[in-house]
Design a protein around this ligand. Structure first.
Ligand SMILES: [Ca+2]
Ligand SMILES: [Ca+2]
Ligand SMILES: [Ca+2]
Length: 166
């Protein structure tokens, strides 16, 4: 019975995302003390303190209250920005590690600059040519991220990522 339900959830990421969204919506409704469909700063501070810290950024139209729409837009932007930042940082490591500048890492270059990755060299080297391209590293990091997300409980984050990536 149980696993049947799980399979349905996995096959229908849209469903899981909707369930997730309705939980956020319930929290929003509780925080919205005067039920006007938006959170004033005071309502946010009391009911959604984690969001209240970013109130001014979330309040895109600057009217002093945040709507579900503004919250969703902000979350999306922030997720994208974090992904891009991580990528840029990683690309810098890669360039530094690529001592001879040929655009890929030999086993020696990896061992020199990225010892932790070097231990997993063969797993990352998807095409088995003995060199790590930046694409191979990106793919490996992305796979690891989604594995981590599903380990961290329900796999909701991975489902969300999958849903927004299509
Ligand atoms: Ca309100
Ligand atoms: Ca607003
Ligand atoms: Ca390779």
């Amino acid at each position: 019975m149980r696993s049947g339900i799980l399979v349905v959830l996995v096959l229908l990421p849209g469903l899981a995302t909707a369930a997730d969204g309705s939980r956020a919506a319930a929290q929003f409704r509780r925080a919205d003390a005067d039920s006007n469909g938006a959170l004033s700063r005071a309502e946010a501070e009391r009911g959604m303190p984690a969001l209240a810290r970013h109130f001014d950024r979330i309040d895109a139209d600057g009217d002093g209250s945040i709507t579900p729409f503004e919250i969703r837009a902000w979350r999306k932007t922030r997720r994208a920005a974090r992904g891009a930042e991580a990528r840029t940082r990683f690309d810098e490591y890669f360039r530094k590690a690529d001592a001879d500048g040929d655009g890929s890492l030999s086993r020696e270059e990896a061992a020199q600059s990225l010892p932790r990755l070097a231990k997993k060299f063969d797993r990352i080297d998807a095409n088995g040519d003995g060199r790590l391209s930046i694409e191979e590293l990106h793919d490996w990091l992305a796979a690891r991220r989604s594995a981590r997300a599903s380990r961290a409980g329900s796999g909701r984050a991975a489902l969300r990522e999958g849903a927004s990536a299509k």
